[in-house]
Design a protein around this ligand. Structure first.
Ligand code: ZN
Length: 62
């Protein structure tokens, strides 16, 4: 399964259906999240790490 597909699963499991993808960036409620592999090793980890896209935050501050 691709990282993108895993991220999609994670989001849908959280009950969020209002999301989209811009290339490899996840967009939820107008906020962009980069998708990374998570290697924390926690038992309940789904292996996906979503990080708030800093560029979007900067843009909002302007
Ligand atoms: Zn993890």
């Amino acid at each position: 399964m691709t990282l993108k597909a895993r991220a999609m699963e994670k989001v849908e499991r959280a009950g969020i259906s209002n999301y989209s993808f811009d290339e490899d960036v996840l967009v939820m409620c107008g906020v962009r999240y980069t998708i990374d592999v998570c290697d924390c090793g926690e038992a309940d980890c789904d292996g996906v790490k979503l990080t708030r896209h800093l560029a979007a935050i900067n843009r909002n501050l302007q």
